[in-house]
Design a protein around this ligand. Structure first.
Ligand code: SER
Length: 349
């Protein structure tokens, strides 16, 4: 009898895991979840509890291990115990938080990354190549010396980030690729644009878009947008992003021509275009712009991605491929979340 595929997730309480876990369950996989906090103290854990209740999965609490990824022996013990078929490492500090404390950003993001990578290496032998899936980011790129951020970043363009978060992304991409070549870890990664779902993000520079959607469904005072109306980076519906992670994990290793792939969904919208897209569905929605230093981080990232290698090698295709479609889906998700939490769904402020 073949055993159920075991998917180990570090950062199980976070914004990406919130959509990844249900998709893994729906595809028949057994998730094992690690987070430094218990589920009830995380956004992802609370969403998982509602999901599990609706699907009658009373065992879900036993999937969850409280473990800080900074705890190297703890990470190694868990990986040795579970022998995962695939490991999704999703825990990290995001860009705005990283810029506040560069040393902490390096220590946390690189330690989490190397703890997982090293523990998987210890399982590697001969044909046994433990699989590690890890999200890189648009932030791995920076402004090209000869241009502004208005460029179409080809998959192998120079990665010259000017944010600390980007520095850790480039270092981790390089290290993961090295371990795939030299130490038997089947490391695979996608560079993701800004991601949107119904989980409150924290510490990212692309969070201005998430905030607009949260504010559009009401319930609190609308927050000012921390970038100007012209700021522009690509965005993606989270369910497309987590499907990309799962599909990349499922691809034949021999078909992959590289370890790290750009993926995108549609042309990058400006902040004002996001506002207008929301206003088409929430009449009267308006944004007040009060840019701060996070605008500089966003401006350092390219405003387009070339994702043809991902399409060619493993068939990457977004399902949500226009701004208005993304807006419709997100507003539906956020309204459903408010009603699940028994909050009064109200129109925009
Ligand atoms: N969304 C991330 C951030 O803003 C970029 O990958 O930090």
């Amino acid at each position: 009898m073949t055993r159920t595929t075991r998917a180990l997730i570090f950062g199980a309480g976070g914004q990406v895991a919130r959509d990844l876990i249900p998709m893994l369950v729906e595809r028949g996989m057994q998730p094992i979840l690690a987070d430094r906090l218990p589920p009830e103290e995380t956004e992802g854990g609370r969403a998982l509890s509602l999901y599990a209740e609706a699907r009658n999965l009373p065992d879900w609490r036993s999937w969850w291990r409280v473990l800080d990824g900074m705890d190297e022996p703890g990470v190694r013990d868990l990986i040795e115990e579970i022998e995962p078929d695939v490991t999704y490492h999703l825990a990290a500090l995001l860009s705005a938080r990283c810029e506040e404390n560069a040393g902490l950003c390096w220590r946390v993001n690189m330690t989490l990354f190397t703890n997982v990578l090293e523990a998987l290496r210890s399982l590697a032998s001969g044909d046994r190549r433990p699989k590690m899936i890890w999200p890189s980011s648009i932030a791995a790129f920076g402004p090209l010396p000869s241009s502004s951020h208005h460029y179409d970043a080809q998959n192998e363009y120079p990665r010259l980030p000017t944010t600390m978060y980007g520095v850790t992304k480039v270092a981790s991409e390089t290290l993961g690729t090295y371990y795939a070549e030299k130490h038997g870890v089947d490391f695979r990664s996608v560079r993701l644009p800004g991601l949107l779902n119904d989980a409150e993000p924290g510490g990212g520079s692309s969070d201005y878009a998430n905030q607009m959607y949260f504010d559009a469904v009401g319930g609190h005072e609308p927050r000012p947008c921390f970038v100007g109306p012209e700021a522009r980076i690509p965005f993606m519906y989270m369910q497309d992003a987590v499907r990309a992670l799962i599909e990349l994990a499922a691809s034949e290793e021999s078909k992959l021509t590289r370890r790290v792939y750009n993926i995108k969904a549609f042309s990058a919208p400006s902040a004002e275009e996001i506002e207008h897209s929301i206003a088409r569905q929430v009449p009267g929605f308006e944004v007040r712009y009060e840019p701060d230093q996070r605008q500089d981080y966003v401006d350092s990232w390219p405003d387009d991605f070339d994702d043809r290698p991902a399409l060619h090698d493993w068939g990457w295709q977004p399902e949500v491929n226009s701004m208005d479609q993304l807006t419709r889906r997100l507003l539906e998700d956020l309204r459903a979340k408010r009603s699940d939490l028994s909050l009064d769904p109200s129109p925009a402020a």
